[in-house]
Each structure stands twice: as C-alpha cells, then as structure tokens.
Design a protein. Structure first.
Length: 457
C-alpha cells in the first residue's frame, strides 16, 4: 500500500513539473509571436498546472485511511478535484473562443510563425506524450480517477498542439486567420474532453456504478462455490476503492464454519475482479429443493433452541413418512413442560412435512457437566480388569485397550477401545458395540456413561 501511495505521488508531482515547464515556454513564445493558438495553448497548460497541483493534493488526501468522520475513506476527493479541473477548463475555453472570434472579425493582431513556435509546440507534444502514457499506466494500475483525469488532460494537449502547428503552418503560407480558427478548434476539443471528464466526475460523485461492473460482480459471486443465490448487491465507487455489500443465500444445513468458508470464497472472487475492493458479505439460510426430510426435522429442532436430535430415523411407508428420534431437554424441566415442547415440535414437523404418517419423539434429560472430572484409572485397576474380563467373554471382541475411568460424583464415565475383526461390516460392528455396552451397564451399576471406540484388527 505504501508503495502504491509513493508511486502515485511521484507521477503526480512529475506532472506538476511538466505542466510548469510547458506553461512557461508556451507563454514566452506565444507573447513573442503574438500567436493566439500558442497563447491559448499556454493558457491551457497553465490550467493543466493548476489541475496537476490539485491532482497531487487529491492523491495525497485520497490515500489517507478511513476515520470516524470519513468511514468510507477520502477517495471522493479525487472526484472533487476532477470536477474542479473541468470547471477551470470550461472557463478557459470560453475565453479562447471569445478572443479568437474578435480576431476573426476585427483582424486585430499580427501573428509571426517563427522557428521557435514550431520548436516549442514540438517539445510540448513530446512532453505531453510521455506524461500521458506514464499517468495512464499508473492510473490503471491503482484505479485512480484523479491521475486518469490528468492523463486525459495531457493526451488532449497532444491533439491541440497538433492543431496549433497546423495553424502556424497556415500563417507562414499567408493565411493568418487560420491561427484564430485553430484556437477555436483547440477550445472545442478541450470542451469535448471537459464534457467527458465532467460527466464521469459527476457520475462518481453520485455513486453511479461503472458500466458493466454490476453484471461482472454478480456473475463472479454467483460462480463462487457454495452460493445458492445472490439476493442483493450494492456497489459504491470511491476513488481507487469499490465498496461491495452483498447478501447471498447458503444452504441452511451446512455448518457455520463451512458457511464462513463460502463467504471467504465470495470475497476472493471479488478481489480477483477488483483488487482494491472493500467487501461486506451477509449470508442468509437457503432451503434447497433437495433437502431431505431428516434435514428438515433437524432444522425445526434447531430453531426451537434444542440440542440436535439423535437416533433420527425417517421411513417412507406407502407414501407417508414415519419419523422417530430422541430429543434431550435441560435437566430440571417437568414432564408436562417437556411434553408440551414435544407436542409443539410434532406440530411444526407436520406443518413442514405434509405427508407425515406418524411422529414418535423419545424424551430424555440432558444434564450439563459441572466441575472437573477425576481420572481414577490407576486407583480402580480391579474394576478395569473386571470390565476387560466381561468384554472378552464375547469372542467377537479380540482385544480391549485404552481403558479409562473418570469419576463423576459416585459414578464413572468409562471410555475404551475394542478391537474387532476388520472383515465385519459397519452395521455388524455397531451391533457388537451396542450389545457390549448393554452388558457393561447390566454388570456395573456404577457406570454412568460408556463410550467404546471400535478398532479394526
């Protein structure tokens, strides 16, 4: 960013020096030869000098960071500078046309087409060409409207200088009135450039979006992976920046972290289109057409602020859905309170899933963990060995490892790994683990929770 600011300042300052040089030599030669074409060019270059100074100041101010009074930054100062340049150019053109008309009507002045006139105008063309290219290059690189306006000024000077040279040639051939005509042509060329610049400046001050930018941004956002819909886009150009506010739709069933990743994708595709963008992405939930009935049930439970349902099964029997799942309520709720919430859940499911045959909800109590657990595996070696013996009675369990016992009041949480033949199917393994857990609960009443990890062997 610092490199960007330094580069813009350097090229803006070099434009000031170039404009000062051209103004001086054109004014001297114009007064010497009494050529209105050259004098009009001197006035034009004088305004270019003022414009270049304004551009330099605008570049310095525009690159200041946002503050509490200018939360979108200071980029608009470039547009204000360009607008002021346009006003100056219009007044100059009016003066040039007025003076040229007087000379055409009253033949008041004698014009001398000296060698110095041609040298000065040729030099001006070379300087203008170099400055215009340098300014255009930096303006495109950093998307700076102030530098672009300056480049437009210098490029227009090339054409007006060529017109003045044509006028001087005509004077040397004995047609002095051509000089005044050349001055009028210069003025109208500058007015045309001023009109283009002024229109773009007003568009920028009115936050008009550059043509085609909205469609490009919309297309890029829609192409980002995970975006289902683009619901709104707002673009606000400000100097070299473009502020982008967009609302997108993301499947409501995906986890928050994945949704955040999709929003990061949207930012990346916009940055690929406009590297100096300032982006705000808002995501809204999207109910997709291919969302399953199980997904719909999970979303209904989630909206009620409850823990995710478990043991959820959905069966389609002769065109009707039979839905069964377990739901956990916070410890302390009465049976009536839990039942009322369960009834409300069932009604919501029936409203959302029209072809429901039956909804069966198993109510459980969830007790949040309070306080730290204590690892007593070493102290309870006898209990650990007894657990291992019970497990190994089942020949389907090849080995037990990683037995850990944690105390929760007067009860235990048990975790361990059971090694099972790797040729078993997942359904068979689940059945073995479920039967094993049941055996442990029957033999050891002090077990509060049993978690078994299956390991292939």
């Amino acid at each position: 960013m610092q490199h960007s600011i330094s580069e813009k300042k350097t090229v803006a300052l070099s434009s000031v020096v170039a404009a000062l040089f051209l103004t001086a030599i054109k004014l001297i030669v114009g007064l010497e030869t009494n050529s209105l074409g050259i004098l009009s060019e001197a006035a034009h270059s004088g305004l270019d000098l003022i414009a270049a100074l304004m551009t330099y100041a605008a570049v310095v101010v525009a690159d200041k960071p946002p503050d509490k009074d200018h939360q979108y930054g200071h980029g608009k100062v470039e547009n204000v500078s360009a607008f002021a340049e346009t006003i100056l150019l219009v007044f100059t053109c009016a003066w040039i046309i007025f003076e040229a008309t007087k000379r055409l009507i009253f033949h008041e002045a004698h014009v001398e087409a000296s060698v110095w006139s041609f040298i000065v105008m040729g030099t001006a063309i070379v300087v203008d060409l170099g400055r215009s290219r340098a300014l255009s290059k930096i303006a495109r690189r950093h998307n700076s409207q102030a530098l672009e306006a300056d480049a437009l000024h210098f490029s227009s000077d090339i054409w007006t200088s060529l017109v003045v040279i044509l006028g001087l040639v005509s004077v040397s051939l004995g047609y002095p009135t051509v000089d005044a005509v050349a001055a009028i042509v210069v003025a109208f060329l500058v007015l045309f450039v001023s009109y283009r610049l002024g229109r773009r400046t007003i568009d920028a001050l009115m936050d008009r979006v550059p043509q085609g930018l909205y469609e490009k941004v919309s297309s890029e956002i829609q192409s980002a992976e995970g975006v289902e819909e683009v619901r709104s886009i707002r673009l606000r150009p400000s100097g070299a920046k473009v502020f982008v506010d967009t609302t997108i739709a993301i499947r409501r069933t995906i986890p928050f972290e994945q949704a955040h990743g999709i929003m990061d994708n949207v930012e990346r595709v916009i940055y690929s289109l406009h590297s100096n963008a300032d982006i705000v992405v808002h995501a809204e939930p999207f109910e997709s057409a291919d969302e399953t009935t199980a997904d719909k049930v999970r979303m209904i439970v989630s909206k009620k602020g409850l823990r995710a349902p478990h043991n959820l099964e959905v069966h389609n029997v002769q065109g009707k859905y039979f839905i069964d799942f377990d739901i956990e309520y916070q410890k302390g709720k009465t049976f009536i309170e839990a039942h009322d919430m369960t009834e409300e859940l069932e009604r919501a499911i029936r409203e959302k899933v029209r072809t429901v045959g039956k909804v069966t909800i198993h109510m459980e109590e969830f007790e949040p963990k309070e306080g730290a657990l204590t690892d007593v595996t070493e102290e309870e070696r006898v209990l650990s060995e007894r657990i291992r013996e019970i497990l190994l009675v089942d020949k389907r369990v090849v080995q037990c490892s990683d037995i850990a016992l944690l105390t929760v009041g007067n009860a235990y949480n048990l975790t361990l790994s059971c090694h099972i033949d790797k040729t078993k199917t997942l359904d068979e393994v689940h059945s073995i683990i479920a039967q094993t857990e049941s055996e442990l609960y029957q033999h050891f009443k002090q077990l509060r929770r049993v978690t078994i990890h299956a390991e292939p062997v």
